[in-house]
Design a protein around this ligand. Structure first.
Ligand code: FMN
Length: 591
């Protein structure tokens, strides 16, 4: 007997009703794949009324909540009106540009974000959230579905336009009410989309933002989950755990690219070896990227992972636990040292709440990923469950992936968590076998009695948990903060994508030990930003075989030391790329 599902699928696949013929299906998928947001290369030719009519008919056939059809289409051709609207968009563009970190601002300057005057027709798609009355089916539970419906009209319009050879560019650089006033929209209507429409000679194969390096396309496998969020897997394939996936993806540095970089360093117009450690940095960057020269590690983003620690109850820090949440607010307001250093270096600061023991208000720049409101006291039991340790690791992987997909080419670690030097020292002892006396420091500054207590707390923790270096997840669960687990995942995520990650001090170092225990080749992605004053950090760097780029006696955390090293890593890559060679510059080499 034939399988009815396979039978139906087969009938649809070869074009028997109700599926399309293979050629028709090909055309549908083609228009979806080849639709582009277009901003360049518009022709001045007018769009005939019948073509515009077909495109608007397609838009009007969109699905809508409760069949409410909440859209209206305002077709604009008047030049003077478009000039006024273009001026509104220019003002918003300038405001946005002024807020960007330097590397992003430079990249943004090259982007075209609207074609209001370059296109013969502009179309506004609006939404009437009241249309259909009170009992609109579906909208009564989800008011936002009215907006979604208008967006679907935009999608239909965009696809039909592509099939007609018309480019469409969506502009959202508007204050919505300012634009609504220019269009004389009644107060109950919202602007959903402002579209610039015109003929073009060609459509780019990829989004311009991808070609320009502003953002990258996320693989489909990151977006598809089987049954429950987090069970990633494409249909017909085994579910993939992102952590297992990144560990499997991490490979060694590319020896060929490293050799090419070392060889180029020797031909650059400077005495051999005269760039000292920066030569090694450039060679490692080439090895990581698998190319010589490697891409410039910019733009860069500092991710400050914040969490609280149960071991704080043991009196290991003079600071109250509330300071973690207060400093998170300070990072988000731009008032911390890491913000000023990042502004100077042209990097973005993102704060990730993985376990702050307080409710944090949603604000731009904060990624809410709380696993629990702080860990448990590791002198009394494990700091977290094994599941929580795995969640922390996976969270870090996801953050790294998202920041790289957003266009960052260098990740920088940051951390905040009162008492996290205690957890770090315990992790360092567990991974390296170091003596707690050797690995424990004075953190934010503690007196002799507190210092002795801190060492005792770490000794008690180690005695209680008997860490097994062959079980990195178990070690994170025993002692870690959620920020340590997430930072370890962040490092693994960067390594899998072959993007450099600049490590800050002792907290990042402890996390790097966990990352390298899980995937030894992850070390290829790690650059030690600085040498922290915390003694456990020296132990960690020598265990990892990393050389710190700067040594300024810093012991602040937040990512400060790593951000200060960012221009050094960037300069190392730029020199390898830009400096002339003896042969190219016609400079005589030493005999
Ligand atoms: C809701 C929305 C708003 C957008 N706003 C703008 C915009 O203001 N300026 C711009 O240049 N592109 C804008 N775009 C276009 C996106 O940048 C573009 O869709 C994305 O980079 C993917 O490229 P593609 O559409 O060519 O596949 C917008 C797209 C959407 C869906």
């Amino acid at each position: 007997m034939t399988d009815p599902v396979a039978g139906a699928a087969a009938a649809a696949a070869d074009g028997r009703a109700p599926g399309f013929s293979p050629e028709q299906r090909e055309a549908v998928y083609r228009v979806i794949a080849e639709r582009r947001d277009v901003r360049r290369g518009f022709l001045a030719d007018p769009v005939p009324a019948d073509v515009l009519g077909r495109v608007l008919t397609a838009a009007h056939q969109a699905p809508s909540v409760g069949f409410s059809q909440p859209w209206d289409f305002i077709v604009i051709t008047d030049r003077a009106r478009r000039e006024r609207i273009a001026a509104l968009a220019r003002r918003r563009r300038d405001v946005f540009a002024a807020e960007l970190p330097a590397a992003r601002a430079r990249a943004f300057d090259q982007l075209k974000i609207e074609s209001i005057l370059d296109t013969p027709v502009n179309i506004v798609v609006s939404c009437d959230r009241t249309r259909g009355g009170r009992h609109t089916l579906g909208r009564h539970t989800q008011p936002r579905t009215a907006d979604f419906s208008s967006v679907l009209a935009v999608a239909n319009l965009w696809l039909a336009a592509r099939a007609e050879g018309l480019g469409v560019g969506w502009v959202s650089f508007f204050d919505e009410r300012e634009l609504a006033a220019e269009l004389r929209l009644p107060a109950h209507l919202e602007v959903i989309a402002y579209l610039c429409v015109g003929y073009v000679t060609e459509f780019a194969p990829e989004p311009e933002l991808a070609t320009a390096g502003w953002a990258r396309r996320r693989p489909l496998s990151w977006a598809v989950h089987a049954e429950e969020f987090g069970h990633r897997g494409l249909p017909g394939e085994e579910p993939v755990d992102p952590l297992a996936e990144v560990i499997a993806a991490i490979g060694p540095a590319d020896a060929g690219a490293m050799a090419a970089a070392a060889e180029r360093q020797d031909r650059m117009t400077k005495p051999r070896g005269s760039l000292g450690m920066l030569e090694e940095v450039s060679v490692r960057l080439a090895g990581l990227a698998g190319s010589c020269p490697p891409p410039l590690p910019e733009p860069a983003c500092v991710a400050v992972f914040a969490a609280d620690h149960g071991v704080h109850a043991q009196g290991v820090s003079p600071w109250p636990q509330e300071v973690t949440a207060q400093m998170v607010a300070n990072f988000l307001a731009g008032g911390a040292v890491v913000n000023s250093f990042a502004a100077q270096a042209g990097a973005e600061v993102t704060v990730v709440d993985v376990g702050v023991a307080a409710e944090l208000e949603p604000v731009p720049g904060l990624l809410p990923r709380k696993i629990a409101p702080g860990t448990a006291d590791f002198t009394q039991g494990p700091a977290m469950t094994r599941d929580q340790a795995l969640t922390a690791l996976t969270t870090g992987v996801e953050i790294a992936r998202d920041l790289v997909a957003a266009g960052n080419r260098c990740l920088v670690t940051g951390d905040m968590g009162i008492a996290n030097t205690t957890a770090s020292a315990a992790l360092i002892c567990a991974f390296t076998g170091a003596d707690p006396v050797e690995a424990t420091g004075r953190g934010t500054g503690i007196d002799a009695a507190t210092y002795a207590k801190k060492i005792d707390v770490i000794c008690r923790g180690l005695a209680r948990h008997q860490p097994d270096p062959a079980d990195p997840v178990g070690i994170i669960a025993s002692f870690g903060g959620f920020e340590h687990g997430a930072l370890a995942g962040f490092i693994l995520g960067a390594a899998a994508l072959r993007v450099p990650v600049i490590l800050d001090g002792v907290i990042a170092g402890a996390a790097a030990l966990a990352a390298v225990a899980l995937a030894p080749d992850a070390i290829a992605a790690c650059f030690a930003g600085h040498q922290s004053a915390e003694p456990g950090h020296a132990v960690t760097l020598s265990y990892l075989g990393l050389h710190p780029l700067i040594d300024l006696g810093l012991r602040l955390g937040e990512g400060t030391g790593a951000v200060l090293a960012l221009p050094l890593v960037q300069s190392a890559a730029r020199a390898l790329r830009d400096v002339a060679t003896f042969d190219s510059a016609g400079v005589a080499d030493k005999q």
